[in-house]
Each structure stands twice: as C-alpha cells, then as structure tokens.
Design a protein around this ligand. Structure first.
Ligand SMILES: [Zn+2]
Length: 139
C-alpha cells in the first residue's frame, strides 16, 4: 500500500482526523480537504470506481464526481477510458445535489411528490449524506 495523498491537491502533508465507519479520515494540511480514500489510481476500492462510473453515465461532470466522492477527476477519467464507458447524451435530466443530515433526508423523502419524475442516489459523506437528484428540465 502506498502512502495516501490528498485527492484534491495530491499533497502528502496531511494529518489524521478521526475514523469514520472503520476508515481512517485525513485532513490535508495544504488545502484543508477531508478525505477517507487513502489509496490512489488502480488501488482505489471498486466501490468508488463503480459509483464514479454510475455518476458519469448519469451526466455528472468529472469535477463534480471529484467533489462528491473525494477521488481525483483524473482517476475518474482513467476509469472511464479503462472500462470503455460511454455516457449517452442526455438533454432531459440534469443532476443536482445537496448535503443533508439523516433527519433532513427522512423529512425530504416523506413527501412522495418530491420523487415524482426524478431519480436519486445517496452517498455517505462523513456524518451527513450527499443526495444526488435527477430532475427533468422544465421547458
Ligand atoms: Zn490537499
């Protein structure tokens, strides 16, 4: 295993910042970014690879995927190439995302109207959740 690097700026100057769900969390001293993915490139857990490719197909940009999953956009581009993933053009839906607490999430989901004609993906993000929604463009 290599030493972890900050997925944002690739600095190796970071400090430990707690453990979340059995994964060591780090804080980059260079740019202040928090990350739990401690390996880069090929060694990243396939969990993140699959999620990144899903988001790519759904039309989320490389930079946004980097922000959502904390893996570098360069890694994501490499996976897209490696697995030959092609995202179909999509003019009807666009992704939007929000960071919410567990109770905000439950509150949001309590109204079925909010899920009408849209899909959603949830990603754990520290002690909160990232909610990625696909909404239809209003003409
Ligand atoms: Zn950094």
């Amino acid at each position: 295993m290599q030493d972890p690097k900050c997925p944002k700026c690739e600095s190796e100057n970071y400090s430990k910042a707690g453990v979340i769900k059995n994964r060591q969390r780090f804080k980059c001293k260079n740019c202040g970014y928090f990350f739990t993915v401690s390996k880069l490139g090929k060694e990243i857990d396939s969990y993140y690879v699959i999620k990144a490719l899903q988001l790519h197909i759904e039309g989320v940009s490389y930079r946004e995927i980097e922000r959502i999953l904390g893996v570098s956009h360069v890694s994501v581009m490499n996976w897209v190439k490696k697995y030959g993933v092609k995202a179909p053009r999509n003019y009807q839906y666009r992704p939007t995302y929000k960071v919410v607490t567990h109770s905000e999430l439950l509150d949001y989901l309590s109204d079925p109207k909010r899920m009408k004609e849209s899909g959603m993906m949830l990603t754990e993000l520290g002690d909160k959740y990232m909610m990625i929604k696909w909404e239809r463009f209003k003409d």
